[in-house]
Design a protein around this ligand. Structure first.
Ligand SMILES: [Mg+2]
Length: 167
């Protein structure tokens, strides 16, 4: 009888465990997904920081900081952006990146633009995430989704519309 009770106790424990696991499973999944999201966000910030450190280390190893003033960095960003534009020069009505060759060139020039942008931000002590978020807030105000949806007008067009609305 004792043995029977022992078995029944073990079974009851096991049944309770299964019962708890069934109820806890959705909670544990949500918690895990949430923590992954938080970790993912942290990883994104860290990756911008790590990338910037890598670029600065590349520059420092060559003693190039002496050539990097804000004016020349701004010029360099613009020149690299022009090289990005060059990918589409003489391509007629073709507006797509439809070949591997084009995509390789875009990859290269876009990386150059970003390298200079991250370096300039670093040298001026700017927080890249903060300045991009702030600018997005400004853009949100300039281009409210309910007015700008599907339209390519400059923000002044919405302002003019507002002025006319008031008159
Ligand atoms: Mg380039």
């Amino acid at each position: 009888m004792k043995a029977m009770c022992g078995i029944s106790w073990k079974l009851r424990n096991r049944a309770e465990l299964v019962y708890m696991a069934v109820w806890a499973y959705p909670f544990l999944c949500c918690r895990n997904r949430w923590s992954q999201r938080v970790k993912g966000k942290k990883r994104m910030s860290d990756s911008i920081k790590e990338l910037t450190e890598k670029i600065v280390a590349f520059r420092d190893a060559r003693n190039w900081k002496q050539f990097h003033n804000p004016k020349d960095m701004a010029i360099s960003i613009s020149l690299e952006a022009a090289e990005l534009l060059e990918v589409f020069q003489w391509s007629g009505p073709d507006t797509e990146v439809d070949t591997d060759k084009k995509l390789d060139k875009v990859r290269e020039e876009l990386a150059d633009v970003l390298i200079y942008a991250l370096l300039m931000g670093h040298d001026l002590g700017l927080d890249i995430e903060e300045i991009v978020s702030s600018k997005l807030d400004v853009n949100n105000r300039k281009y409210p989704a309910e007015k700008a949806y599907g339209r390519a007008d400059k923000y002044t067009a919405y302002k003019e519309k507002n002025t006319n609305d008031c008159l």
